[in-house]
Design a protein around this ligand. Structure first.
Ligand code: PGA
Length: 260
């Protein structure tokens, strides 16, 4: 599909595997997926986000190719007494390119706060990782018309410690919590409106960054709804959970993205 968006924002499709696929399954997926992937082309950028223990396998499978690898979380400190945690420097040493931060499952089940995320964004950016920041409202918040307020609180707090010059490199995923893993998707209008709201929030910090920041939609993106959800000019790609576990489905979603 031809893309006529004014700014050169290359669409990005990220596969959030959550707690699925150990190293063997990761290798199996990537062997099949990479066999059908061309070189660094004009299509969307693809990023695979496996669990920590599969990152090494993913990095070695993707080495030298166009597919990038991101983690699903990290700690904001470089090192220290934080049992069970992993730092940005450790991810970089492994050859990882980026990191998902603030996924709603981490906010919900692991007490991730916006204040911690502000520090994580600085640590990730400082280490040269591409951050994919997730924001989004609950069903209850949408019903009580709080979507904009929630997005505003999350985006402004999470980005608070970042230098304005670094904001343009960010990827922000709008993921309405009620649409994640539920089979419900936001309507195209809801997704585009939220993406526009997020871009306007970035604009309050930097006009230039607002034009460059890539804003994804996430929440039950599937092969059959991807083209519609990815069509609006405001939406620069997708963060895909369930459907990214299948090579065929993930490929179909990539094929539905506008090419820059
Ligand atoms: P889903 O997950 O595509 O399975 O709804 C999206 C996400 O959680 O990033």
């Amino acid at each position: 599909m031809e893309d006529d968006r004014p700014m050169a924002r290359r669409p990005l499709i990220a596969a959030n595997w959550k707690m699925h696929k150990g190293p063997a399954a990761t290798r199996e997926f990537l062997d099949a997926f990479l066999a059908g992937t061309g070189g660094e082309g004009k299509g969307p950028e693809s990023v695979i986000c496996p669990p920590f223990t599969s990152l090494g396998e993913a990095v070695s499978a993707c080495e030298g190719g166009p597919v990038r690898v991101a983690a699903q979380n990290m700690h904001f400190e470089q090192e220290g007494a934080y049992t069970g945690e992993v730092s940005a420097a450790m991810l970089v040493e492994l050859g990882v390119d980026g990191v998902i931060l603030g996924h709603s499952e981490r906010r919900q089940h692991f007490g991730e706060t916006d204040e911690a995320l502000a520090r994580k964004l600085v640590a990730a950016t400082g280490a040269g990782l591409l951050p994919i920041l997730c924001v989004g409202e609950t069903e209850q918040e949408r019903r009580s018309n709080e979507t904009e307020a929630v997005l505003s609180r999350q985006v402004l707090t999470d980005l608070a410690e970042l230098h304005d010059d670094d904001l343009g490199e960010l990827v922000i995923a709008y993921e309405p919590i009620w649409a994640i893993g539920t089979g419900l998707t936001a309507s195209v209008e809801q997704a585009a409106d939220a993406a526009a709201t997020i871009r306007d929030l970035v604009r309050t910090r930097s006009e230039q960054a607002a034009d460059r920041v890539r804003i994804l939609y996430g929440g039950s993106v599937k092969p059959d709804n991807a083209a519609e959800l990815l069509a609006p000019e405001e939406i620069d790609g997708a963060l895909v959970g369930g459907a990214s576990l299948s090579v065929d489905d993930f490929r179909a979603i990539l094929a539905a993205a506008p090419s820059s």
